[in-house]
Ligand binder design. Sequence first.
Ligand code: G1P
Length: 289
Amino acid sequence: MKVTKAVIPAAGFGTRFLPATKSVPKEMLPIVDKPTIQYIVEEAASAGIKDLLIITSRGKDAIVNHFDKAYELEAVLERDGKDEMLRAVREVSDKTNIHFTRQREQKGLGHAVLCAKSFVGNEPFAVMLGDDVVVSEKPCIGQLTEQYERYGATVLGVQRVGMEHVSKYGIVDCENVEGRMYALKGMVEKPKKEDAPSDIAVLGRYVITPAIFDCLERTPKGAGGEIQLTDALVMLSEYEKIYAYDFVGKRYDIGSKQGFLRATVDFALAREDLKDEFSEYLREIVKTM
Ligand code: G1P
């Protein structure tokens, strides 16, 4: 079965970027000139996702507006012959069908995904977290949907993060099946270094079977007093096989200041219209350091 639906949870407070995120949703912070959530939407669209559900919360209307049509702005750009800008504004919402719902209470990632239950219905679906931006030749979520189509089971996108970082992630215990594919044996949310089964972390990309919703409904509060997607996946693994796929690509943790800064520099250097002047500037800075 083809995976055509994706869920993007975007309901969190974004406390790591306060005060910027007091009135601006963290998903709207730009890397160069595009809001971070747009990179995620573009990744989904280029992997053939037809319907996307963005889970928002109070104070996040800027996300909804971003993916709406902007009649007045488009008319002005058209009048002034600013074709390139007009194209950039229009293509934001043209790539896939975008739906929205609100998570009314912030009860964690697992609870946010549960808000997608009626949107998803009885199909496998992708979950894409906005804090993880992945640059790769083949879209990261497309790599996972491809594996879903081969194995017909839930696939988690993973990479090694180093033992010093395990306490920030869902960490898996797994066994190699073939190539980049692993069978999941266990999983723990944000373990201490000494309790971690490995340094292989789930990095914000999942393809999950709809049986997860029954598990989410039965999942008690876990780490941080929140309903954790990780705990529901562990429950699901008692009934169904789950795989972890070591995806190819460079992943930025843009939920952290360091990751955000790195993404900004790398994305600017990858842009034909910016790279020459910007790299010259960086060279000057390095000389004076
Ligand atoms: C979430 C998940 C965690 C995963 C991480 C990836 O944590 O709960 O399992 O490894 O995203 O970024 P969060 O970063 O929302 O605390």
